[in-house]
Design a protein around this ligand. Structure first.
Ligand SMILES: Nc1ncnc2c1ncn2[C@@H]1O[C@H](COP(=O)(O)OP(=O)(O)OP(=O)(O)O)[C@@H](O)[C@H]1O
Length: 682
């Protein structure tokens, strides 16, 4: 393809001829290893990373992860955070003292003398154990209460911050192909793990403190017991690490398969794909593909279960041997008098409880490490969002504008090879209706988006009266410009909310303005026919919801634009899917209705019949305005060689297409019935 610019003809990119496709191929790339097929998929980026990282590195990162989560919790609720930390420490102390008190109970029981005397002597320590356990229960209850207050607050705070920043990011950033992946990754994984970070940290802290408590008690009982504990837990710790890593890797393989199969499940169940799935009998192909993945999941499930059983057996064997050796050493120490019998019993209890705690610590620290990688990405994304917010100057546009002056405006999309607009100038005055026409890709919509403040010009200026748009808050332009696009959003809200949302509300309405807007757009009949009229949800996802046809959605979208009641109304081909009568009614309302004297209306259309009554028509080609004037001026325009201008050529071409198809005399009859001349679509 080639295009014409001011500089001449630009050669199109070189293309290789398309080769024949293979006669058989898999529906999507498929690797030997499940993880290979979707390696690089944004949502799988860090899965299994904890299993690939050294334990030392994980341990080194834990303090900074903990600091960050604590900071986040403190910002959300300082009181609850301090309470959780203090109570958690208190609970760990109670647990350690409980263990020491248990040793005293054992000492009392293991001394010589009558059984009743020994029991009697043990009673105070027993009461102490009970008291400490009760105190620990109360403190744990406090931790749970603090966590209950803290976690939802942190969740709400981070989620709101994430959505607020994303909703305001400038449109050009969202246009970037990588943006959607980044935002979804941050939402699906980062935000999820950030929400879970507080309870996870509490769990980790609980386990670590319990381990430290046990170690402390052993040291108090006899300094030689600490190395004994270390020796006993090393094999157990090793087995726990292996098992945790195995689980992380398996999980990443498993989730890849799950995502793949969900795609086919979704295609088979989805309402939008339902007609095509049936009309093209795609069911069989989709079911076969689903079954293929289901079998792989089945095999993966079995493999996973077996592997877990093997790792668990190995862990238990190694751990069991180590504990056996430790208990033997304890027995020897007690028998040889190194350690009093009661201290030996206490050590037995401490070592036993440490084994379970160690597994929790290992799993929790792997999780904290891997989740922190997703949280890092989320934070980087939020930082990027902060840098991409609309510029704020504190200045607002005037409520009414007399003239918008566009002077030599240029715009190049990020990473685009050529500018979409190169030197456009125009003057739009209040009360006038202007049209942008021209071939596909000539820059009409881009110009409209610049007028709406959705993009900032990369060159040139746009003035609203004397105010340059760069000097005002971008949002103040957006509230003054109502834009109706060709593929408007079908808001899954009530009919009324679909009209009012353009004015920034879905719960309040100006009834008279809403009715006026739907009458002008032709949506009044659509809404009147709905079972609950204005209150009908326009989505089948809701009970009693209704689906509209494409043309009727367009009428609702036009009503939304009219309801917004801005200084500028841009209709970017919203009538493309309307029937001829509906389209005519919309244009008639906009062009000949009670037009607000201070509104500038911009119509973008390929149907030139719709724009003949506009005050001024701008003809775009390759990002420039090549002609402008009213319909008659443009029709009369000739080049120096006597050729009709671009507009005249396009109009004549469209008109000729209908005239050729009309029976003799029908044209006059049709014209007599219509208030305005309307040539046909191209
Ligand atoms: N979001 C975008 N990112 C990058 N390039 C874009 C983007 N939108 C449009 N373009 C490019 O900018 C140029 C002008 O596009 P624009 O949509 O303004 O044309 P148009 O005249 O409105 O076309 P159409 O009649 O097909 O709607 C085209 O080359 C198009 O490919």
């Amino acid at each position: 393809m080639s295009g014409t610019t001011a500089g001449g003809t630009v050669p199109g990119p070189r293309r290789k001829p398309l080769s024949l496709p293979p006669a058989s191929a898999s529906a999507a790339p498929e690797g030997e290893e499940v993880g290979d097929e979707l390696a690089g998929a944004y949502w799988a980026q860090w899965d299994g990373e904890a299993a690939r990282t050294s334990v030392w590195r994980i341990l080194r990162r834990l303090p900074s992860i903990s600091r960050r989560v604590l900071g986040m919790a403190y910002r959300a609720d300082p009181r609850a955070t301090v309470m959780v930390v203090v109570l958690q420490l208190g609970s760990a102390l109670m647990s350690a003292f409980g263990l020491l008190a248990s040793v005293r109970v054992l000492s009392a029981l293991f001394t010589q003398g009558a059984t009743s005397d020994r029991i009697h002597n043990a009673l105070p320590s027993l009461a102490l154990v009970a008291g400490l356990m009760a105190a620990q229960g109360v403190l744990d209850y406090g931790v749970a209460r603090g966590q209950a207050a803290l976690t939802p607050k942190v969740r709400r705070a981070v989620e709101q911050e994430f959505l607020r920043l994303n909703a305001h990011v400038r449109l050009e950033a969202v246009d970037d192909a990588n943006w959607s992946d980044e935002a979804h990754k941050a939402n699906d994984r980062g935000l999820y793990y950030m929400r879970e970070a507080v309870p996870q940290l509490i769990q980790l802290a609980h386990a670590v403190l319990a381990l430290i408590g046990s170690a402390g008690v052993l040291t108090v009982l006899h300094p030689a017991l600490l190395p004994l504990l270390v020796v006993s837990v090393i094999p157990q710790g090793y087995a726990a690490i292996r098992s945790a890593r195995q689980k992380f890797l398996s999980h990443s393989r498993y989730s890849t398969l799950q995502r793949r199969i969900r795609l086919f499940t979704w295609l088979l169940l989805d309402r939008d794909s339902a007609p095509e799935v049936r009309s093209s009998t795609a069911q069989r192909a989709l079911l076969e593909e689903h079954e293929r993945f289901a079998r792989r999941i089945e095999a993966e499930d079995t493999r996973l279960g077996r592997e877990e059983a093997n790792v668990s057996l190995a862990g238990r064997t190694v751990g069991g041997l180590a504990v056996g050796a430790t208990y033997a050493a304890l027995g020897w120490m007690t028998a040889t008098g190194w350690l009093p019998l009661a201290a030996g019993g206490g050590a037995f209890l401490a070592i036993r409880s440490s084994r379970g705690t160690l597994v929790s610590v290992v799993t929790a620290m792997h999780m904290a490490y891997e989740h922190a990688l997703w949280i890092d990405d989320l934070e980087a994304h939020l930082e990027r969002c902060r840098g991409l917010q609309p510029h704020r100057t504190g200045r607002q546009l005037p409520d009414h504008v007399k003239t918008i002056t566009v002077a030599d405006v240029r715009y190049t999309y990020p990473e685009a090879a050529r500018p979409a607009l190169c030197g456009v100038s125009m003057t739009l005055t209040a009360g006038s209706t202007v049209a942008f026409v021209g071939a596909n890709g000539s820059g009409k919509s881009t110009m409209a988006k610049l007028l709406a403040g959705l993009y900032a010009p990369t060159g040139g200026t746009i003035h609203w009266d004397e105010v340059e748009v760069r000097e005002v808050d971008a949002e103040s332009i957006q509230t003054q410009v109502a834009m109706v696009l060709q593929d408007p959003v079908e808001w899954p809200l009530t009919a009324l909310a679909n009209v009012t949302i353009g004015a920034g509300t879905i719960t309040e309405a100006d009834p008279a303005r809403a009715r006026q807007a739907v009458v002008e757009s032709g949506a009044d009949r659509v809404i009147a026919a709905l079972p609950q009229q204005w209150a009908t949800p326009l989505s089948k996802r809701f009970k009693g919801g209704q689906e509209l046809s494409g043309g009727n959605w367009s009428k609702v979208a036009v009503a939304r634009g009219l309801y917004q009641d801005g200084c500028v109304l841009v209709l970017d081909e919203p009538t493309a899917s309307m029937d001829a009568r509906a389209e005519h009614a919309v244009y008639n309302a906009v062009l000949h209705g009670p037009r607000r004297p201070d509104r500038i209306t911009v119509l973008i259309s390929h149907r030139l019949s719709s724009v003949t009554d506009c005050d001024r028509i701008y003809v775009f080609r390759d990002g420039r305005v090549i002609e402008s004037g009213d319909h008659h001026t443009l029709m009369a325009r000739r080049s120096p060689t006597g050729e009709p201008g671009e507009y005249a050529q396009m109009f004549t071409l469209q008109a000729a297409a209908y005239q050729a198809a009309m029976p003799p005399g029908a044209g006059q009859a049709a014209r007599d019935r219509q208030p305005h001349t309307r040539p046909a679509d191209s």
